[in-house]
Design a protein around this ligand. Structure first.
Ligand code: GTP
Ligand code: MG
Length: 195
């Protein structure tokens, strides 16, 4: 699936702008700056398909990418913190929540968690929204290259215990580094085999 063409479809700023719900999709959610756009670039092997940046709040739209004509990957705006005016942030946060709770064809939400920080209160809010919306989510630890093995293992325990309280959580998490490539092949296989 990832060997074929990957195309940017569109950036969506309001729910009516979503593409027709005619195929399975997965999305990447997580705190601002956690590495969502970088992960999409690593998965597709395209360095700047999704815009990544040091500035939290870089992605301000719902960005659709097509894997061939079979499925969509969706890059979401971050939550929790952004270097943008409050009114604008509130607008895209509302869009994020509408999307996560109201997209019929959303098959799995990957919720990205920074391996240095673990699950935070703002993440819990999103996880609860996904529970209520009955959207299966899977935790993806990001930036694993930035921590020692011991730190990573401690965070894995914290994340596992947080997930155990959520009915919509998929039990296995994936540890990744977009920088070094860890976990990328695993995540590709998960996305390719979803039905
Ligand atoms: P928003 O769109 O602002 O919510 O951010 P995002 O979650 O899309 O994060 P983005 O991919 O833009 O990455 C944020 C910063 O983290 C960038 O400076 C990336 O280079 C860096 N980064 C992302 N993934 C990794 C990783 O695996 N390892 C390291 N060391 N840095 C990473
Ligand atoms: Mg982004």
């Amino acid at each position: 699936l990832f060997a074929g063409p990957v195309d940017f479809v569109k950036g969506v700023v309001a729910m009516p702008g979503l593409p027709p719900a005619d195929r399975l999709e997965v999305c990447f959610a997580g705190r601002s700056n956690v590495g969502k756009s970088s992960l999409i670039n690593a998965l597709t092997g395209r360095k700047s398909l999704a815009r990544a940046s040091n500035t939290p709040g870089r992605t301000q739209e719902i960005n659709y990418f097509a894997l061939g004509d079979q499925r969509y990957m969706v890059d979401l705006p971050g939550y929790g913190y952004a270097e943008a005016p409050l009114a604008i942030v509130q607008k895209w946060q509302a869009l994020l929540k509408s999307y996560l709770s109201g997209r019929q064809t959303l098959r799995r939400a990957f919720v990205l968690i920074d391996t240095r920080h673990g699950v935070k209160a703002v993440d819990e809010e999103i996880l609860q929204l996904l529970d209520r919306s009955a959207v299966t989510f899977q935790a993806v630890l990001t930036k694993a290259d930035k921590v020692s093995r011991a730190e990573r293992d401690a965070i894995i325990d914290q994340v596992r215990s947080a997930l155990s309280k959520h009915p919509a959580a998929y039990p296995e998490l994936v540890v990744t580094s977009s920088e070094k490539g860890d976990g990328i092949e695993t995540l590709r296989a998960i996305i390719a085999t979803l039905e």
